[in-house]
Design a protein around this ligand. Structure first.
Ligand code: HEC
Length: 155
């Protein structure tokens, strides 16, 4: 399946479902939800740092490494919104999500779609090996990560 089709399908699935977060049912449930969502973000960060190393010539350009990391990043972005769908605000567990997040689900959906869409452009650029386009879509994706952190991540 080509990337455009994938993007349209994921847009349809995520964009059309008005996801509503459910409260975590127990302390364990909340702890697992926090660990899972943090893992998704940490893995996205790792993929982005690997891509950045190549962009900044810290590592030699290698088309298959670039594609591998861009594909992983794209796959992970599909998990951003679903993993915010367990509301952990009812439990006192250390984490860095601002509780306002669960009051702004539409915005979370939109911000999640932004990273999906931009990382998908990054993947397309990686697939054809277009280096300037890789650099610019990388920086756009990074801005979309930061936009959500600015509003909903506690430092
Ligand atoms: C829809 C909002 C949103 C988007 C989009 C988003 N993040 Fe996050 N991110 C958060 C929130 C909220 C947290 C805090 C999670 C927690 O601790 O509960 C977080 C946490 C993190 C963390 C810390 C994880 C940890 O181990 O505690 C990293 C790293 C991170 N994000 C990277 C990224 C990257 C890279 C992207 C873009 C590819 C991204 N995020 C996109 C909201 C977002």
């Amino acid at each position: 399946m080509n990337n455009l089709k994938k993007a349209i399908i994921c847009f349809f699935i995520i964009g059309s479902s008005s996801a509503i977060a459910k409260p975590a049912e127990s302390l364990i449930d909340a702890q697992n939800a926090i660990k899972s969502r943090q893992a998704v973000h940490l893995l996205m960060y790792n993929s982005m740092m690997k891509i950045k190393e190549i962009i900044n010539n810290k590592k030699p350009y290698n088309a298959s490494d670039m594609k591998f990391n861009a594909q992983n990043l794209y796959n992970l972005t599909l998990m951003v919104e679903p993993y915010f769908m367990i509301d952990t605000s009812g439990f006192k567990i250390e984490n860095h999500t601002n509780n306002n997040l669960w009051l702004n689900e539409k915005d979370i959906t939109n911000k999640s779609i932004d990273v999906i869409r931009l990382s998908q452009s990054l993947l397309s650029a990686a697939e054809v090996g277009d280096k300037p386009q890789i650099a610019s879509t990388f920086s756009e994706t990074f801005k979309a990560c930061k936009a959500c952190h600015y509003d909903y991540k506690i430092k």
